[in-house]
Design a protein. Structure first.
Length: 258
């Protein structure tokens, strides 16, 4: 590593530690940790969307086979839609970052003193002494690419935004399907006639509630908020969506007899 890159990396590790309060971030340091957002939000959208379909069907008093048909058709079509949307979103963000990077490179070449002052402000706000600040600025600014990347890192609230759009879309797609199938498990047992007696609606509510609680806790870990609070919030949101879907299904149930 060059001295400018090394200095930049040291700072990034320091501010990441200050932001999280810990030196080690566990899962967030791994490759899959980069895509935890796609996993959490893809899974959340999947399970709530399909649970809404299940509740609407039960409200309309439809059979388990119909629930499976509607559930799986919605599961796959919405998962594809979510994956494509994630890919396009990540690609657009990547294009914007590339455009911003090129613009800042031109700005640095035209007025390096301005960017050095911006860098000096970053370190000063972080509590570095004037001597330390001058040393870091003089070191990092020797490489224009490192300096621009560093400033963009700081503007992004010290988050590494380099993600593969394809991987992000894949994780969203897989997570949507994995968690979205949970509300359909009980009806699958009923339809397949495996000799296991279950209450489809109660089982779907129980499994979905437990899974939403886990996803909510994971969301709390990802957002660095109280995990119990985010878990309860997630269950409440899923419950509200389920009630709305059930009521609509019940209100429109008469249409199936016409």
């Amino acid at each position: 590593l060059s001295s400018s890159s090394a200095a930049s990396d040291v700072y990034k590790r320091q501010v990441s530690t200050q932001s999280t309060g810990t030196v080690k971030m566990g899962i967030f340091e791994t490759e899959i940790g980069k895509y935890i957002r796609s996993i959490v939000y893809g899974g959340t959208d999947g399970i709530i969307s399909i649970f809404g379909v299940v509740c609407g069907c039960y409200g309309a008093n439809l059979g388990a086979a119909v629930i499976l048909i509607l559930g799986f058709s919605n599961l796959l079509s919405e998962a594809i839609s979510m994956g494509v949307s994630d890919f396009l979103s990540q690609t657009s963000d990547s294009d914007m970052k590339e455009s911003e990077y090129l613009e800042k490179m031109k700005g640095f070449e035209a007025n390096p003193a301005l960017y050095k002052n911006k860098l000096r402000d970053v370190f000063s706000k972080r509590g570095f002494s004037p001597k330390e600040t001058d040393l870091l600025v003089n070191t990092i600014s020797t490489n224009s690419q490192t300096m621009v990347e560093f400033l963009m890192f700081d503007e992004d609230n010290h988050e590494d935004t380099a993600h593969s759009p394809t991987k992000s879309a894949l994780y969203t797609f897989l997570s949507f399907n994995f968690f979205g199938v949970v509300p359909l498990v009980a009806d699958a047992f009923i339809t397949l006639g495996l000799g296991i007696k279950v209450d489809g609606f109660f089982s779907a509510c129980l499994l979905t509630g437990a899974t939403l609680f886990i996803l909510g806790a994971l969301r709390g870990k990802y957002t660095r908020k109280n995990k119990l609070q985010t878990a309860i919030e997630m269950v409440a949101i899923g419950g509200f969506a389920a009630i709305v879907a059930y009521v609509i299904g019940y209100a429109l149930s008469g249409l199936k007899d016409e």
